[in-house]
Write a protein that binds this ligand. Structure first.
Ligand code: DAK
Length: 257
């Protein structure tokens, strides 16, 4: 399928989505969000895909919501249309999704990256929630997710001043899993995604579901959820295969069953 604002590739069992509005630093227009969501739907439905990578360009992952489209929005309009709900499709992905960020990830761009399961950053990456400079505040999870990633003090400073964080600071603060040279970013993200896609797909999906559960429930409930899911995994053929492969000193061949 051809898209207007993204490029979509498949690398073995990994789906790669490149945000592609170079004239606007990948600002998140309604068309781009629609294209992104359609591509995510396609990868989610494809049994042959085990992991998805979302990336941008060398200069920008995404510079935020499209300010030129947004400047004339009204309160009744954003309320009635429930503007931004459509952005959250990525949070409903059941397969793992990696954000590979080079350059600017600002406002909604930073929020989109944080909606993914983890962020791999190029050494050129710059993260920020500069909405306050436009007379508004983060509206797609920035005040909530950034605070969970980096803690109150740093989140508060970033949201109140609009200051950007570079890749090294983002790694120290726990916003990104790792920093790699910009030239290696996409290759490294595809490599990590390939490792994940080679695991048992239902087990990887259950790992994702369980880690995400830790954000939404008490520790005791989360532990109980984890235990039940772990116990149920002994019903998968992939558990037999993974443990047999270890004992037989060979790589496992998971069947996603
Ligand atoms: N929207 C539209 N166009 C943008 C853009 C954006 N966010 N960011 C950059 N562009 C465009 C520029 O206008 C310019 O276009 P031309 O003027 O050439 O036509 C082109 O991209 C190149 O940008 P610059 O010339 O500015 O490039 P520089 O390297 O000089 O600067 C920059 C790069 C990233 C520092 C700068 O472009 C910048 O400050 N951009 C804006 C960043 C920003 O403020 N982002 C936050 C946007 S607000 C909501 C929920 C969430 C949101 C909204 C509502 N609801 C629940 C209702 C989210 C809001 C946001 O994300």
């Amino acid at each position: 399928m051809a898209y207007e604002t993204i490029l979509v590739e498949q690398h073995d069992a990994v789906g790669l989505i490149r945000l592609n509005r170079p004239e606007a630093l990948n600002a998140l227009s309604p068309t781009l969000i629609g294209d992104l969501n359609a591509a995510l739907d396609g990868f989610e439905a494809d049994r042959g895909i085990g992991c998805v990578v979302i990336t941008g360009s060398e200069k920008a992952f995404a510079a935020g919501a499209d300010i030129k489209a947004m400047k004339d929005f009204t309160y009744p309009g954003t309320y009635i249309d429930d503007y931004i709900t459509s952005w959250e499709r990525v949070t409903r992905m059941r397969k793992p999704v990696i954000a590979a960020v080079a350059g600017f990830a600002l406002g909604g761009g930073c929020e989109l990256a944080m909606m993914c399961d983890f962020i791999l950053a190029a050494d050129t990456a710059r993260f920020g929630q500069p909405e306050i400079k436009l007379g508004v505040m983060p509206g797609a999870g920035g005040t909530q997710r950034l605070t969970r990633f980096v803690g109150k003090s740093k989140a508060m400073e970033m949201c109140l001043t609009g200051r950007m964080m570079d890749a090294a600071e983002a790694e120290r603060a726990g916003l990104v899993s790792r920093v790699v040279p910009a030239a290696d970013l996409v290759a490294e993200a595809l490599k990590v995604a390939g490792v994940i896609a080679a695991m048992s797909q239902p087990v990887a999906m259950q790992v994702k579901e369980s880690v995400n559960r830790s954000y939404e429930t008490t520790l005791a409930e989360g532990i109980r959820f984890e235990r039940r899911v772990f116990q149920a995994q002994f019903a998968f053929a992939d558990q037999k295969e993974g443990m047999a492969a270890f004992v037989e000193k060979r790589p496992p061949a998971f069947k996603n069953a």
